[in-house]
Design a protein around this ligand. Sequence first.
Ligand SMILES: *Cc1c(COP(=O)(O)O)cnc(C)c1O
Length: 465
Amino acid sequence: MAMKYVPEPFRIKMVETIKMTTREEREAKIKDAKYNLFNLKGEDVYIDLLTDSGTNAMSQEQWAGVMRGDEAYAGAKSYYKLVDAGRDIFGYQYIQPVHQGRAAEKVLFPAFLHKGQYAISNMFFDTTRAHVELAGARAVDCVVEEAKDPSRRCKFKGNMDVKKLKELIQEFGAENVGLVVMTITNNSAGGQPVSLENMRQVSEICRQYKIPLDIDAARYAENAYFIKRDEAGCENMSIKEIVRKTFSYADMFTMSAKKDTIVNMGGLIGVKDPEKNAELVSNIKANCISYEGFITYGGLAGRDLEALAIGLYEGLDENYLRYRIGQVEYLASRLDDAGIAYQSPAGGHGVFVDAAAMFPQIPYYEFPGQVLGIELYKEAGIRACDIGSYMLGNDPDTGEQLRSDFEFTRLAIPRRVYTQAHIDVMAEALIAIKERAHEIKHGYRITWEPPILRHFQAHLEPIEE
Ligand SMILES: *Cc1c(COP(=O)(O)O)cnc(C)c1O
């Protein structure tokens, strides 16, 4: 039986009307969009689950902060407020705002990665992988084996496989591994959390081999909530204490603040010990000024810095996190009732439906995750996205289509935006699609693709009999 929905710890003060469309209209619109969900107009989507990134609802305190934002070009009050919040929460002394997560990667990664080198992660997010490759290095995933089996319910499926990490370092040679990146939560593996114990072990290995450790920290707060709930010995720690402890194991972080910080735009870089890393910090500042803007605004308006400083704390509120994770688990429990497979247990920011299980007749190179995404749009105006072979793309050396370990359709839930009734619409659409899934014989082929991050822009067409 579906679990009980955790009631919202807030009420609604402002509403945004969303458009209702018919199936016929949606079939025409997705065809016009060349079967790429990123090409749809937002207004033609009823429930937008493309991403939880920058799609969050800000609080009244954040909106009040927007009005207080200090727009001084250099040394704005809002910048200092943000730096204080970052130091207080993460315990890192150098805090650099940038305009979003990939900007943090672009500014930081070239300091560590060059041609012929490797970066190893529990799992790289797509833009993170792209910035490793743009720096000339190769990105290698090293997630625990259980993450690759969506039906296997276990805790901390986002963890790094520490035994394999050591083997990879020995195989490549420690001097050729420029960076280890811990993605928390592990987005591409289904928003699965990483345990404190795993952080500690990875940190120990990095120290042993003298490899710097970066946290890809987009979902630092959701990860901490899972640790508090599920990791032995952590139940009495506050979320903030867990975040501190988690970050104490790394040397730096890159963060998309568009996720757990509950704002619409922003990113951060943190360096734990700037005194010991003076050259790195001066490198970051130089790159930031070239690519993003002066160091005290980093490509953001003062009002963004202010909302970000407030959101860093709001994301840590345990009542909010209980509701947030509970909402995702409620959707997952409705799928359990219907026998729909997903990366289980549910992760932090959405449900990753196992499209390969729903469409066993569709091979990876016809993109089952994309098939389910398109069906969801046609069925109910829901926009999700593929996290599978379609997103993974081609081997950079051979140009051949890579086969992903998973074929997921990700329903990413924006924070503080949708209600229980919206979640029920999602569940009912998936159930309806499952009932007719066997009638869908073929997937899609790509008719045009750009060389990198193709899923955002590619054109597709349905494969006919
Ligand atoms: C979103 C995200 C990024 C990239 O951040 P943007 O703000 O979208 O540029 C990097 N890593 C992870 C894990 C993410 O979820």
